[in-house]
Design a protein around this ligand. Structure first.
Ligand code: ZN
Length: 166
């Protein structure tokens, strides 16, 4: 059995996780798939979860509750915008609940969700779908290993469960 090394920056961590909200709704899980892998300290996962896993080791099961400020932030009214129907392709059928990709002022990809369509006024919510939520993670740490030099250089994991190479 390999000696268990604690999770510190620069380790590649493999884990199974289940993400539940306050109301008990399971919104995401790796169960039934390959474990997820990430490079610890790279900011690949929400800060509150990364902190909660620091110092833990393979074989441990960890429960971490992460408030919005350490996850996807609070919901902001300013992220809800009303745009003209003409901003969308004319043949696109717009309906509440629809999501689409857009680019913000700083060229970051953002996801907007249409929340209302009233004539030519389309209301779009650019808040992250999990903004304002406390995230309850149940994590089973399945592996901890050193990152390769290439992974450290790229700042992400290569291989199964990790980043698909570019
Ligand atoms: Zn890479």
């Amino acid at each position: 059995m390999p000696s268990s090394q604690p999770i510190v920056d620069g380790k590649v961590v493999s884990l199974h996780y289940t993400l539940t909200l306050d109301d008990g709704e399971v919104v995401d899980s790796s169960r039934g798939q390959e474990p997820m892998s990430y490079l610890h300290g790279s900011g690949a996962i929400v800060p509150g979860l990364e902190r909660g896993l620091s110092g833990r080791a393979a074989g441990e099961t960890v429960k971490v509750s992460v408030p919005p400020e350490d996850a996807y932030g609070e919901r902001e009214d300013a992220a809800i915008q009303v745009v003209d129907r003409a901003a969308f392709p004319p043949d696109e059928i717009l309906a509440p609940g629809q999501s689409f990709q857009a680019v913000d002022d700083e060229d970051n990809a953002v996801t907007g969700r249409i929340t209302a369509v009233d004539g030519d006024a389309v209301t779009i919510d650019f808040n992250h779908p999990l903004a304002g939520e406390t995230l309850h993670f149940e994590v089973e740490i399945t592996g901890v290993r050193d990152a390769s030099a290439e992974e450290r250089h790229h700042g992400h994991v290569h291989g199964p469960g990790g980043h698909h190479h570019h």
